[in-house]
Write a protein that binds this ligand. Structure first.
Ligand code: SIN
Ligand code: CO
Length: 383
């Protein structure tokens, strides 16, 4: 994707222009972002996902003027012709290759910010109520029609009695009906409410997460703790606290000041630098989502990379695999990689695929790739 080339997907803006003018700032309605759009999943397939216990799903409806919510898996779901219900299925990109491929069209935004793709299906009049999200979201109409009302209100108070996030006082300012292929981008904290018009409404929400600053601080401290004894400055930490010269005390319960000073001094062994931040973020951001299980392939079907690097085809990251790098350090599925980042590994991370022709890896690299193939983290696609 050319970052300065206007694209229909962003309403004629280039990725550069979208990021400058809209990302985290301003909503954008994009008519026919995906012309002739065909939903990656059929409604029946979404319903089927909601029956599985390894898939997160929720059913939302209104009863006697009150919001109701139930979590899946669901043995029974409302029929298409019933009105006023919505089924939300989370993390569909983890379960379906076509959905993962659709998500990859948004890779002009760093993978580090990507959360997941959720699909909602709804009967006529169904919706999840007026609310706001803390994340950036692209709402892509996949089938049927949905009327969106949005507002930039500051009052984000929530109804304390509702079982889900519902704004107490929604004040819409704009309204649009989205048809298949239309998309609405909303920055965090924009109030919105989408209501299905007619049956068979399907909306795909492509969500981007932001870690909270507290999450970042806690992660840095935990990583510092995990790596404390590896630091060359940690030698002093191998010794015990000593207090020769401690005077006799009348107040035995008071913690000695010298012990407090020494506790503070131990922190000098920790260096909060970019390497530590990279180590924390690399592992944290590539950690597979809870419940992710990779399909371990049949060994007989795998190429032997060390002895026999394939001349055709390519290696591809499995849709569930997360791979990020910073500087020369590479991370995959929550683990730091010992080999420094090479051209070959960088191509695999950035493109999520590595054409085999012309990319013969070095010995240790091919061992790594073989391990990842064996674990189902990457796959070989022959051509
Ligand atoms: C929906 O798809 O019905 C809800 C998505 C959202 O409002 O974030
Ligand atoms: Co929302």
């Amino acid at each position: 994707m050319k970052l300065d080339r206007p694209t229909a997907m962003l309403g004629g803006l280039s990725p550069n222009a979208f990021m400058q003018g809209h990302w985290q700032r301003k909503h954008l309605l994009i008519r026919q972002a995906f012309p002739n759009f065909v939903a990656p999943l059929k409604i029946a397939q979404v319903r089927k996902l909601a029956r599985r216990d390894d898939v997160e799903s929720r059913l939302i409806w209104r009863e006697d003027d009150a919001w109701q919510m139930e979590s899946g898996p669901f043995a029974r779901l409302p029929r298409a012709k019933e009105t006023g219900w919505t089924l939300l299925v989370q993390g569909v990109d983890l379960h379906d290759d076509a959905m993962a491929t659709l998500l990859h069209q948004f890779r002009f935004i760093p993978d580090a910010r990507l959360d997941d793709a959720m699909i909602s299906i709804a009967g006529d009049g169904g919706g999840v109520g007026p609310h706001f999200d803390s994340y950036d979201v692209f709402l892509l109409q996949a089938a049927g029609r949905r009327r969106w009302r949005i507002g930039s209100q500051k009052n984000l108070d929530l109804d304390p009695d509702a079982p889900l996030k519902i704004l107490s006082n929604f004040q819409p300012e704009e309204e649009f009906v989205l048809e298949p292929g239309d998309m609405l981008y909303l920055p965090p904290h924009m109030a919105h409410d989408g209501i299905a018009e007619g049956d068979d409404c399907m909306t795909i929400s492509i969500g981007f997460r932001s870690p909270s600053l507290a999450e970042l601080a806690r992660g840095m401290l935990e990583t510092a703790a995990d790596t404390l004894m590896e630091s060359p400055r940690s030698q002093r930490l191998q010794t015990l606290y000593r207090d020769p010269g401690q005077p006799a005390v009348a107040a035995a319960a008071a913690i000695p000041e010298g012990l407090i000073d020494e506790a503070l001094k131990t922190l000098q062994a920790v260096r909060f630098d970019r390497a530590l931040a990279g180590r924390f973020l690399g592992a944290y951001l590539t950690e597979p989502k809870p419940g992710v299980v990779f399909d371990v392939p049949d060994e007989a079907e795998l190429p032997d990379l060390a002895d026999d690097w394939p001349l055709t085809g390519c290696l591809e990251l499995d849709r569930r695999t997360r791979m990020l790098y910073t500087g020369k350090r590479l991370f995959i599925n929550g683990e730091p990689v010992d080999e420094p980042l090479s051209r070959v590994l960088r191509t695999l991370a950035d493109q999520r695929r590595l054409p085999c022709a012309g990319s013969k890896p070095t010995g240790p690299e091919s061992e790594l790739l073989q391990d990842w193939l064996d674990a189902g983290w990457i796959r070989y696609c022959g051509e």
